[in-house]
Write a protein that binds this ligand. Structure first.
Ligand SMILES: NC(=O)C1=CN([C@@H]2O[C@H](COP(=O)(O)OP(=O)(O)OC[C@H]3O[C@@H](n4cnc5c(N)ncnc54)[C@H](OP(=O)(O)O)[C@@H]3O)[C@@H](O)[C@H]2O)C=CC1
Ligand SMILES: O=C1O[C@H](COP(=O)(O)O)[C@@H](O)[C@H](O)[C@H]1O
Length: 509
């Protein structure tokens, strides 16, 4: 295997965003690139070419990005300078006819902005457009052949990288197909499969917490950890994305559990990497994915719960049922909530369960990882404790990012009474700043050739393999009780029952 690309500062490049008129580009990508540029973290020479079918001139497009949905980039004094780096090409990127013009723009802009030949293709498109656009990039000769055999270190060959958005397939077969399509045009070290949860500051902090602190690593295994809970709950429903969410590619299991939550779980579960090189880190993550126990069909009712919200009230406001959202089927079986008990079959984890859950229209917006420790071997204080509360390491990703240790302490005063107390690392208080947006951090990595926080093809394949039996079972056995939770609650009672059967409970604080 040739060595992986060495991480360098962000390199001069032209960034092509396909899906430029869309929500993600305007709400996240352009603001993230602006942020990098303002902080001096963008390449010295770079420019952006947005491509989508809507008709905009360069100036109209810049205006649209500068005033999008409350972003209000245009009010920043530095926007006027940055906007000149943003360009637009109206084109159907899935059709061959528009590509001569796209290529011409690439030539002109690379020259005008002195970006050299480095190209970053960002596919911010619906998944059905991934394949035709990748094929068109290849057919138009935009990817340099044989670059990985270049041995002259001082003259780095030009690179072409591709960032591909989620969803990456909707089952193991479609994910494998997309990987093959990508591999026909790009080498693996040029493919950046993005997962914006890997850009979140507290997710990136997980490796530091585990591997920079002798406090935690010795207890990070089945001997001391009773179980792990990972929750990503949202108060919003499907918000105008009903048609996508209700399609065979939608639902909470595919949208959140298979992708974001299993990614987070893999960092909780991985072995220490040999070094921090992307290849070493991803090798350890891949091992976790390969060790994920693939459930048998007959076990699915015991280890997985699906839910769908009915009418309810979120933050005091009436909330309509999922089935009455635009684009959904009145008899829809789509899961807007999923809870799954996974096992990582490795020496470290033994039979320690990882409970993952995610849902829309729930009681609170929160993403957190909770490590529940086992009780002490002998209950010395059983007379003093009202009830035994296991020690918890709570990693709050959002909101209130931070890490909180919950443990037993002596109540003040005469006599020996015990109560749980919290030791709190509050991110915003400690660093006097809010966490930066994940997209800025991930784009920065990509521009410097660091794939650590991007997904390897084997991670995706194994995560689909572990989820597919659940999805198949749900398809073959329609639920009769949907909708089974009211909007604004913590999901269906079946999810609590699943935990209670194991003598555990969800942390809903
Ligand atoms: N929005 C978000 O917060 C998140 C989005 N994602 C993912 O990002 C991707 C984009 O999402 P989002 O921005 O929300 O989607 P949108 O529907 O808002 O945008 C899709 C974009 O694709 C463009 N497009 C469609 N067909 C073509 C074509 N043939 N040629 C060129 N452009 C085309 C559309 O523009 P036009 O009609 O003008 O051609 C539009 O700009 C999806 O894969 C989504 O799953 C992931 C995480 C979060
Ligand atoms: O990828 C997705 O993530 C969002 C939730 O992201 P967050 O950063 O706000 O936690 C989710 O709403 C969306 O359905 C999903 O596609």
């Amino acid at each position: 295997m040739p060595p992986t690309a060495h991480a360098t500062p962000p390199e001069d490049s032209l960034i092509l965003i396909f899906g430029a008129s869309g929500d993600l580009t305007k709400r996240k990508l352009i603001p993230a690139l602006f942020e990098l540029w303002k902080n001096g973290q963008a390449p010295e020479n770079f420019a952006i070419l947005g491509v989508s079918r809507s008709r905009y001139t360069d100036d109209e497009y810049r205006d649209a990005c500068g005033n999008f949905d409350g972003n209000d980039l245009a009010s920043d004094p530095r926007w006027a300078e940055f906007r000149d780096l943003v360009h637009y090409e109206a084109s159907d990127a899935t059709a061959a006819e528009g590509w001569p013009s796209i290529k011409q723009r690439i030539r002109t802009l690379s020259e005008a902005h002195r970006t050299g030949q480095n190209l970053l293709f960002y596919l911010s498109l619906a998944p059905q457009f991934f394949e035709p656009v990748i094929v068109n990039i290849g057919n138009n000769g935009l990817v340099t052949e044989g670059k990985k055999y270049c041995t002259i270190d001082t003259q780095r060959p030009p690179w072409q990288r591709i960032v591909i958005e989620k969803p990456f397939g909707s089952d193991p077969g479609s994910a494998a197909h997309l990987n093959r399509v990508l591999a026909q045009v790009f080498d693996e070290d040029a493919i950046y499969r993005i997962d914006h949860y890997l850009g979140k500051e507290l997710v990136q902090n997980l490796m530091v917490l585990r591997f920079a602190n002798s406090l935690f690593e010795p207890i990070w295994n089945h001997r001391y950890i009773d179980h792990v809970q990972i929750t990503a709950s949202e108060t919003v429903g499907v918000e105008g994305r009903g048609a996508y969410y209700d399609s065979p590619s939608g639902g909470a299991m595919r949208d959140m559990v298979q992708s974001h939550l299993l990614q987070v779980a893999s960092i909780v579960a991985m072995e220490p990497p040999i070094t921090l090189d992307a290849e070493d880190v991803r090798t350890e993550k891949v091992k976790v994915f390969k060790a994920l126990r693939v459930p048998r069909a007959e076990d699915v009712p015991e280890i997985a719960v699906r839910g769908q919200y009915g009418e309810g009230s979120v933050k005091g406001e009436r909330y309509p049922a999922y089935r009455s959202e635009e684009g959904t089927d009145p008899g829809s079986q789509t899961d807007t909530f999923a809870a799954v008990k996974f096992h990582v079959d490795t020496w470290r984890w033994g039979n320690t369960p990882f409970y993952l859950r995610s849902g829309k229209a729930m009681a609170q917006k929160k993403t957190e990882i909770v490590i529940y420790l086992k009780p002490t071997p002998h209950a010395l204080f059983r007379e003093q404790a009202m009830r035994a509360r296991p020690n918890q390491i709570v990693i709050s990703v959002q909101p209130n990012p931070g890490i909180r240790l919950r443990f037993e302490g002596k109540k003040p005063g005469i006599g020996l009474n015990i109560k749980d107390v919290v030791m709190d690392f509050d991110y915003e208080e400690s660093w006097r700043a809010s966490p930066p947006d994940g997209y800025a951090s991930l784009l920065f990595d990509c521009l410097r050739g660091d794939q650590t926080n991007y997904k390897h093809r084997d991670e995706i394949q194994s995560s689909w393999n572990a989820c597919q039996p659940i999805l198949d079972y749900w398809d073959e056995n329609p639920a009769e009780d949907l909708p089974n939770y009211n909007a604004g609650t913590w999901g269906p009672s079946a999810a609590d029952v699943m935990m209670a059967k194991d003598g555990r409970y969800w942390r809903n604080d």
